[in-house]
Design a protein around this ligand. Structure first.
Ligand code: C2E
Ligand code: MG
Ligand code: MG
Length: 473
């Protein structure tokens, strides 16, 4: 730089030819990517550590647990995953402030860390959630003993800046091999057991039991119900608006699927999308969603409610060899301008880089369909690849927005994502904005688009029309 500092430049060179095609020079264009590179490196670091406590974070836990699990498998040993969560931490935070809340979390982390062996794992998943993994266990009864000891250690009083505090924790336990055979399964089951422990009255632990999660039997019947729902078109779509910060009229909207089940009530997409994926039904369901969302968008237009874009979530399983052509057929049939459509896909799909997927995506892009990466930041291990991804929008995952004002990790990640996205000319949409403070922070970071309960809950097409058409009058 002019001040003598070292800058990192990205340079593009193009040869210049004269009329006869001889090369007479080179045209060079450089841009300063120092900040960008810093943000990237910063993010890679944050990606594996929890800044507040210094403990490994979720990403790092997954890797370490995977390794420990392999060792246990090879040695025919037990392994225990203990999921811990402080009781009523939110109340503490709200009543005595986030600064003390942070100090408390640090102390808890310290106590946990000091009470496990070096060969064990102690990680913080975020908020007040911690995971301890015990390996090379001599005797199953040791697991309960250790867990009780950890709960007891946490329950000793804390002295923080003149406040004397006591806090309790609850724990859920899952054990390899009886409660799971993979990282995901063990963590999920320990989490289910933790919920049970809380239900039973906190400050206690609970061992995973199969009844806590869906039995095979109920999964089978749910799959049958899903199939008949698909045949009878008994799904509905809700719509959630996206705004430019400060504007009252939305410019974009996201379609969200709902399944009103005759017996179980409204089932969340989190609970039935995975089932639709493993059973293959997501392909047909996905086309139904696309068709219905586009129809709704056209209907609004006819009635005078004009929006720039509608975005539709797409599961990786949907992107098969006929995806692009089927989407094209649907749009053509409806006489829907492809530029009004945005497809939300996951980060891992974009990272996968299979030729099939890129082929389908580029066909759609050529037609004018845009792509957004949903839940961005939850798998950012190769953030540097974003540059080569054919997308126009990044949606910051709501898990970073939730505690953006309280958790330095979340703040830093959001900051780096916005910086990165802007330098690449992408639109950033923050998901799950629930209050003014979050909006303020996001806006200061340079995020211009927002979506969340603070502005509107997802609602049906008619309610959406009523609300925003009135806004136009
Ligand atoms: P997503 O695409 O990230 O959608 C955002 C989710 O956050 C929605 O949950 C929405 O209702 C919720 N949300 C919006 N604002 C707030 C807020 O301020 N606070 C909180 N806590 N949550 C907020 P929903 O509708 O339950 O959908 C869950 C996920 O299911 C979606 O996450 C998406 O991944 C998937 N999904 C939904 N519809 C479809 C679909 O048609 N096809 C596919 N493949 N997946 C879908
Ligand atoms: Mg989405
Ligand atoms: Mg999302």
């Amino acid at each position: 730089g002019v001040d003598g500092s070292v800058m990192l430049l990205e340079t593009q060179k193009t040869p210049i030819y004269d009329k006869r095609g001889r090369c007479i020079g080179v045209f060079g264009l450089s841009r300063d990517i120092t900040e960008l590179k810093k943000a990237q490196q910063n993010l890679e670091h944050i990606a594996h550590h929890d800044v507040l406590t210094g403990l490994p974070n979720r990403l790092s836990l997954n890797k370490k647990l995977e390794y420990a699990l392999n060792m246990a498998r090879r040695g025919g040993e037990l392994l225990a995953v203990i999921f811990l969560d402080l009781d009523r931490f939110k109340d503490i935070n709200d009543t005595i402030g986030h600064d003390i809340g942070d100090l408390l979390l640090k102390d808890v982390a310290h106590r946990l860390h000091n009470n496990v062996r070096d060969s064990d794992i102690c990680a913080r998943l975020g908020g007040d959630e911690f995971v301890v993994v015990l390996s090379r266990i001599d005797g199953e009864e040791r697991i309960q003993e250790k867990c009780d000891q950890l709960l007891q250690v946490i329950s000793r009083p804390y002295s923080l800046q003149g406040h004397l505090l006591s806090v309790f924790a609850s724990a859920g336990i899952s054990i390899y091999p009886q409660h799971g055979n993979s990282v995901d399964e063990l963590i999920r089951n320990a989490d289910a057991a933790l919920h049970k422990a809380k239900e039973l009255g906190r400050n206690r632990s609970f061992h995973y039991q199969r009844e806590l999660t869906d039995s095979i039997h109920s999964r089978m019947s749910l799959e049958q119900d899903l199939r008949s729902a698909l045949e009878s078109h008994s799904f509905i779509l809700n719509y959630q608006p996206q705004f430019r910060v400060g504007e009252a009229m939305p410019r974009r909207v996201e379609a969200l699927l709902r399944w009103p089940h005759p017996v179980r009530g409204l089932i969340s997409p989190h609970d039935f999308i995975p089932l639709a994926e493993t059973s293959g039904m997501i392909v047909e369901l996905g086309y139904w969603v696309l068709r219905s969302a586009c129809q709704q968008f056209l209907f609004w237009r006819q009635q005078g409610l004009i929006l720039d874009k509608i975005s539709v979530n797409v599961s990786p399983i949907q992107i098969n060899s006929s995806f692009a052509s089927t989407v094209a057929d649907i749009l053509q049939y409806l006489d829907f301008d492809p530029r009004w459509l945005e497809l939300e896909v996951t980060e891992s799909l974009m990272m996968s880089g299979t030729t099939e997927v890129s082929q389908q995506i580029s066909e759609l892009r050529a037609m004018g369909v845009d792509f957004a990466i949903d839940d961005f930041g939850t798998g950012y291990s190769s953030l540097s690849k974003i540059k080569s991804m054919p997308v126009t929008v990044l949606k910051i995952d709501q898990s970073f927005v939730r505690d953006i004002n309280d958790d330095i990790n979340d703040y830093e990640i959001a900051r780096a994502i916005v910086l990165m996205a802007k330098s690449l000319g992408l639109i950033v949409v923050a998901e799950g904005v629930e209050n003014k403070e979050q909006e303020g922070t996001l806006h200061r970071l340079g995020c211009e688009w927002v979506q969340g309960y603070y502005y509107a809950m997802p609602m049906d097409g008619e309610a959406f029309y009523q609300r925003y058409f009135a806004e136009l009058q």
